[in-house]
Structures are given as C-alpha cells and as structure tokens.
Design a protein around this ligand. Structure first.
Ligand code: G3P
Ligand code: MG
Length: 247
C-alpha cells in the first residue's frame, strides 16, 4: 500500500504550540492542515507504551522520577501541560487514524529497555494500524529497536535516525531494510544528500523552525522536515514531495 510522503511533520505531536507529545498537539497539527506527525514512544513502569520524550518526568509534566519506574495509575494522573494527560500510544494511534495522519512513531526506549520497548511498540503498531490506508513509519536512534521492528513488523516502513549520519549509512540502511533516513538538519552533509538522491532514499531532517532553513534544505534535496513551528508552515502542509511510502 503506497502513499505520499508529506514534506512537513509536526514534531513531538504539536510542536511548540501545544504541550509536546499530547493528543491536544496531534489535534492541533491536524487542524492546521498537517498531514504527518512525529511522536516519541516509551514504556511506563507497567510496560504500557506512552507518548513522552524524556526518560524522566520533570521537564514535561508535574511529576518526577523515571518514566520506566512510574506505574500507570501514577502516570496517567499527571499533567503534561494545559491539563493534558500523558497519552497512551493506542490513543495517539486512534487519533492519527481518525484524522488520516501519517504517524512517525519514534521508538524512544529508556536505557536498558531497548528490546522490550521495541517489541511492544512494533507489535502494537502492526496491530493498531491493521488495514489502514495510511501506514505509519517507525524510526529510532536505537538500532536494536530497529532490528526488533524489522523482525516483528517487517511490513511497517522503517527509518534510521541519526544525529550525525555515519559514513556507512547506506550499508546500515540495507542491513535493516530501512526506507528513509532521518537526521539532524544541522549535521546533514551534501555528500549524504547526493548519495541519498542517487539511491532514491528520502532524507527527513529535524528540527527545522525557520522558513529559510526549510527552503534551503528542500533545495539541497531534503524530502521532509520535522518542525515545532506549526504556525510557520501551516499554509504549505498539503504540498507533497512526489515520493511514495510503503510497499
Ligand atoms: O524523530 C526526529 C526527532 O524527533 C528526533 O529527536 O530528540 O526530538 O526525539 P528528538
Ligand atoms: Mg522524536
């Protein structure tokens, strides 16, 4: 099932206009016309996948301590901003399906939970998007997580995620049978972009919060960007690069 790759992804759900990694953020992205959202998924102390970026609760919630040591009953009582709760992964999936959004599920394991997180998220991703016209894209900085996703959900497209792209990135792509390359906008080199162009690999860059920077990246061959500034790109969100995701 093939579908187009949008050029703009709302980063951490709703970027900076809504509390990050919340359902309110995803709703806002959809309302502003975004066709794609990226969010981070980690396991709670009870093994429930939830949307959160940091391993600890302090920065984004009114709680404290490690996410992987916090029970669901404690976690879901917390305020993740503006009275929004931390969402379950399953709730975010339901919302993306309802709005027809392409989701970039970034598996964000707490240290030491790489395999367990990837197993849970990969299996749920496969199950929760079963039969959906728009399939998600799984990515992770953890190659162990990517390996698990490849083995347990082989038909869900995978993106390799790097801050700085290693020289042997093309070998890694083929090793993990990945479709897209995700990397920091400040580190992406013209050599990587030339190699990606030659091999037909879409490059997605984070985090791009200025229109001039987005324009320059697109001109250099970047296919899509993750942005916190949903307000800056909302008039352009329906523009697609002529690329297809899926198999
Ligand atoms: O997936 C792209 C981007 O979200 C990676 O960085 O730290 O915001 O998850 P981070
Ligand atoms: Mg992320």
């Amino acid at each position: 099932m093939k579908h187009p790759l949008p050029r703009w992804f709302a980063h951490r759900g709703g970027g900076s206009l809504a509390p990050e990694n919340t359902l309110a953020g995803i709703r806002l992205a959809a309302r502003l016309g975004y066709k794609a959202v990226e969010f981070d998924v980690m396991l709670s102390g009870d093994g429930t996948p939830v949307l959160i970026h940091d391993e600890t609760l302090e920065r984004t919630t009114n709680g404290s301590g490690r996410v992987c040591e916090t029970s669901d009953s404690q976690l879901f009582r917390l305020d993740a901003g503006n009275g929004e709760p931390i969402p379950r992964f399953s709730e975010a999936v339901a919302l993306c399906r309802e709005y027809g959004l392409l989701a970039n599920v970034e598996i964000k394991p707490a240290t030491g939970f790489e395999r367990q997180t990837a197993e849970t998220v990969a299996l749920m991703t496969k199950q929760l998007w079963q039969g959906a016209a728009i399939q998600p894209l799984i990515s992770s900085f953890s190659l162990e997580a990517i390996e698990v996703a490849r083995d347990l959900a082989p038909n869900i497209p995978r993106g390799l995620l790097f801050e700085s792209v290693p020289d042997d990135w093309l070998q890694e792509m083929s090793r993990w049978q990945a479709l897209t390359l995700h990397c920091s906008a400040s580190h992406v080199s013209d050599q990587v972009l030339a190699e990606a162009c030659e091999c037909g690999v879409p490059v997605l860059c984070y985090t791009v919060n200025q229109t001039e920077q987005a324009k320059a990246l697109f001109e250099r061959g970047v296919s899509a960007v993750f942005t916190d500034r949903l307000d800056l790109f909302s008039s352009e969100t329906s523009a697609y690069k002529g690329l297809q995701l899926g198999g």
